[in-house]
Design a protein around this ligand. Sequence first.
Ligand SMILES: C[S@@+](CC[C@H](N)C(=O)[O-])C[C@H]1O[C@@H](n2cnc3c(N)ncnc32)[C@H](O)[C@@H]1O
Length: 210
Amino acid sequence: MAWKKYRFGTQFYDAMSGEWAVYRSGRVAGIELMGLRPGDTVVDLGCGTGLSFELLVDAVGPTGQVIGVDASAPMLQVAAKRAVRKGWSNVRVVQADATKLSAADLAVDGVVPTVDAVFSAYALSVMGSHPTVLAGAQKLLRSGGRLGIVDMQRPVGAAKIFTPLARLACRMGGADIEAHPWEWLTQRADDVRQTSRRGGHIRAVTGTLK
Ligand SMILES: C[S@@+](CC[C@H](N)C(=O)[O-])C[C@H]1O[C@@H](n2cnc3c(N)ncnc32)[C@H](O)[C@@H]1O
């Protein structure tokens, strides 16, 4: 249960995660590539403390919806507080294991939302069984819905000298640097759009699933 690593010290996660120095750039790139539209409903899978929420809220606007899903209650607590503090009434969080997530888990008063997009940043490489998680995400999505994945790999080219640092960052977060969860998407989507950041350490890949 990889998420059990995310039960303690969650109030320090944002400060310790290298967000501004390294990882925000990938989050921004991935959300831009997804091409979200005002009014969209987007699920943030493995949302953690909600570091992607602001960018997602900006993209879907006040008529859209952001649903953060995470298995860790303490991470979600931070995420929920963030949403309240920022006044995002169109953000809600759901505690669920992404390997077993079903549309019913996202329902409010028995009404299952139409999901236009699923986004996941730096979480699939932690989950271990990302093919199961992504197959589940595909079932949540409406036909023609978009999937966006931001995750880590070893740096490439001249940036290879930073490989030990990248490995350390992944190990500390319980992520498998060799997981490459975007490969699942590139094998299935026709309209793959992708980019990388920070010497190739961060890959952002989006595509539409049928
Ligand atoms: C490295 S954090 C990334 C959080 C956030 N997406 C971000 O960009 O900061 C990984 C998150 O994945 C969550 N996670 C790991 N396995 C999970 C699972 N099976 N189901 C749901 N969440 C899971 C953890 O609880 C943690 O919050």
